[in-house]
Design a protein around this ligand. Structure first.
Ligand SMILES: [Zn+2]
Length: 273
C-alpha cells in the first residue's frame, strides 16, 4: 500500500485519521511517496513515518538529503515566505537515512493486484519533482508539475515558486504528460479531473503567457508589486465570477499569486547572471 504526499506536519493527524477512516491501518503502508520536498507536500514525512514502521519514503534523489536534514529547506522556505511557515506547517522532523528510497524517474513500484506506480521525472516547478503514473487507473498524480486545480470552480492556475522554477522546463515536462495514456489527473492541490488534455494545455498556456508578460514588464523596469497585481488581475479574470470555495479563492489571491510572481522574477534574475 502506498500513500502519495504527506502534506505538512500539521496535516499528519488528519492523514492518519483519514487512512483509518477508509478502513486501513497506517502500519500497513509500505511506501510514502512525495512528489517533491516543498513543505506542503513532504513536510509531514518525518512525523508520519513514526506511525508507519514499514514505510520507505520515496523522494527524488535531488531532494533526498533535505528529508534527512530539513534545516536548510526550512530556512530557505522562511527566507522566501516568512517566519509564519512554522505556524502554518508545523515543525518539520527529519526522516532517518535508512528509511529513504531515492528515485530519479523510470522506477516502478509494484503494489500487487495489478497496481503499478511509475515514477516520472518532472522538473520545472522544482528540479527535484516526480509525478506518479498509476497504470491501473491511467491516472497521473501531478504534484505541483501541472498547476493548482480548483475543483469547485474547475479553474486552473500555475504554481511557480522560487527558487527553482523554470517555465521552459516546466512546459517541456507537461508536454511529456500529453504523450501518456491518461484518463485522470490527480492534483495535490486540490482535486481530480478527467479533462486531461484541456487542463494540461491550459497549464502550458498560462506558463508561457506569464513568461512573456513578466519579460515585457521587467524590460520596462516595472516592480514586483506591479507584476503581482498583473498576475492577480489575470487570475481573477480567468477564474471569473464562479469563485468556488471562497477561502481557497482568497488564499490564491493573497498568498499563492505573490509567490508565483516571485518565482518568475527569480527565474529571470538567475538567467541574467
Ligand atoms: Zn511545490
Amino acid at each position: 500500500m502506498a500513500l502519495i504526499e504527506t502534506g505538512p506536519t500539521k496535516s499528519a493527524p488528519f492523514i492518519i485519521e483519514g487512512i483509518r477512516g477508509i478502513g486501513f491501518d497506517p502500519a500497513d503502508i509500505s511506501y510514502l511517496i512525495v512528489t517533491h520536498i516543498h513543505l506542503d507536500h513532504g513536510g509531514g514525512a518525518g512525523t508520519l513515518v513514526k506511525e508507519m514502521p514499514e514505510a520507505k519514503v520515496v523522494v527524488h534523489e535531488k531532494g533526498a538529503r533535505h528529508m534527512v536534514d530539513p534545516s536548510k529547506l526550512v530556512n530557505s522556505s522562511k527566507r522566501v515566505f516568512g517566519d509564519f511557515i512554522d505556524e502554518w506547517y508545523g515543525e518539520v522532523l527529519p526522516v532517518e537515512q535508512d528509511r529513504i528510497m531515492p528515485v530519479k524517474g523510470g522506477e516502478i513500484i509494484d503494489l500487487g493486484k495489478g497496481q503499478r506506480l511509475q515514477m516520472i521525472d518532472s522538473p520545472g516547478h522544482s528540479d527535484h519533482h516526480i509525478c506518479i503514473y498509476s497504470e491501473k487507473e491511467k491516472g497521473l498524480f501531478t504534484g505541483d508539475a501541472a498547476g493548482v486545480y480548483l475543483s469547485d470552480s474547475g479553474g486552473l492556475i500555475p504554481t511557480t515558486p522560487p527558487p527553482e522554477f523554470d517555465p521552459d522546463v516546466n512546459v517541456e515536462t507537461i508536454k511529456g504528460f500529453l504523450g501518456l495514456d491518461l484518463k485522470l489527473l490527480l492534483f495535490s492541490h486540490f482535486g481530480v479531473t478527467e479533462k486531461v488534455n484541456q487542463t494540461l494545455n491550459t497549464s502550458i498556456d498560462w506558463l508561457m503567457k506569464w513568461k512573456d508578460s513578466v519579460s515585457g514588464m521587467m524590460s520596462k523596469g516595472l516592480s514586483q508589486e506591479v507584476i503581482t497585481e498583473k498576475f492577480r488581475a489575470d487570475t481573477r479574470e480567468a477564474l471569473g465570477s464562479d469563485r468556488g470555495n471562497e477561502l481557497l479563492y482568497q488564499w490564491v489571491i493573497e498568498h499563492h499569486i505573490p509567490m508565483c510572481a516571485m518565482g518568475y522574477l527569480n527565474y529571470f534574475k538567475k538567467k541574467d547572471l
